[in-house]
Write a protein that binds this ligand. Structure first.
Ligand code: PPE
Length: 305
């Protein structure tokens, strides 16, 4: 993956990629006082490009700032326009988009209310996050020894940069042990989410995902819930335990980067037949049609360039 492109939107200006720099004493580098988004722009079947669920991502971006108490210094409409502009400025038909807001240079120390909140939006080409093979055949996941955030330790509805130390620890732990992705349990021991994805299971064609209590409210999760219900699947948002995952017929992750990735194995136990199951394949097919603009029903989820 190369992060090098032409332009980055930075504090209201379109700057050269090389010039989008910050000072080493910026508050966020020291304390993790930043929040971000992950959005995808897709090349559509008809040759156009569209950003997937842009409004929902920008809204969550603003919500993150509100939760943390470092509000976004731009309106939602300004951020929306800036996102579309930076994609256009880089002449990419398809890319990952990373808005980031961070507490910048000013005072040092934890209480720095006068420091500026700087905002940038970068884009780069990013293929299948968990591999093309993973999208087809499923990946191997392991439950991490690290607990996911307790709701009153970190606020999980904010996509706060600081929250991701926990994800990095979990992901590194399981990658070093030879697995592809980390599943994390909440402080009470129930399944929460993965290091960078939400999680679903299927048993007897009933689809289940964790409630929003202690997870990031994933926009892909929301899309899959909507698609599954529209297709007539019974879908519940309910707590479940790791043994329920072991005995599921199918399981999968959802996320902007990971899209819809089947899980073929958890903690060395094959899930169902040990490969992508029929419900997963069905939802994945519809999801891919939707993001490629091949399904009229969800056309409002696309913001054309
Ligand atoms: N939970 C977590 C912890 C998470 O980071 C993500 C996205 C999700 C759930 C799914 O949310 P959504 O993208 O709205 O469906 N993770 C982002 C960052 C990945 C990275 O490695 O960076 C992403 O997928 O863009």
């Amino acid at each position: 993956m190369s992060l090098k492109t032409e332009k980055i939107w930075f504090d209201g200006e379109m700057v050269r990629w090389e010039d989008a720099k910050v000072h080493v004493l910026a508050h966020a580098l020291h304390y993790g006082t930043a929040y971000f988004e992950g959005i995808r722009c897709y090349a559509l079947a008809d040759g156009r490009s569209a950003v997937f669920r842009l409004d929902e991502h920008i809204r969550r971006f603003a919500d993150s700032g509100k939760i943390l108490g470092f509000p976004l210094p731009y309106t939602v409409e300004q951020m929306r326009q800036a996102t579309l502009e930076v994609v256009r400025a880089n002449h990419l038909k398809e890319c990952y988009i990373r808005p980031l807001a961070f507490v910048g240079l000013g005072e040092m120390g934890l209480y720095a209310p006068k420091n500026p909140v700087n905002v940038c939006i970068a884009v780069w080409p990013w293929g299948a996050y968990l591999g093309d093979e993973g999208l087809q055949n499923g990946i191997r996941a392991k439950v991490s020894s690290y607990t996911r955030h307790h709701v009153n330790v970190m606020m999980t509805k904010s996509k706060a940069s600081g929250n991701y130390i926990n994800s990095v620890l979990a992901k590194t732990e399981v990658k070093n042990a030879g697995y592809d992705e980390a599943i994390m349990l909440d402080a009470e021991g129930y399944v929460a989410e993965a290091s960078g994805e939400n999680i679903f299971l299927v048993r007897d064609r009933r689809v289940k995902t964790t409630p929003l209590t202690s997870i990031l409210p994933g926009i892909t999760r929301d899309s899959i819930i909507t698609i599954a219900r529209d297709k007539g699947y019974e879908l519940v948002e309910e707590r479940f335990t790791r043994d329920e995952l072991y005995t599921a017929d199918e399981a999968f992750f959802t996320g902007t980067a990971a899209e819809l990735t089947p899980i073929r194995e958890i903690d060395d136990r094959p899930i169902g037949a040990g490969r992508r199951g029929p419900v997963t394949a069905d939802l994945q097919q519809t999801f891919f049609d939707v993001i490629k603009g091949k399904n009229e029903r969800y056309a409002t989820w696309l913001a054309y360039l």
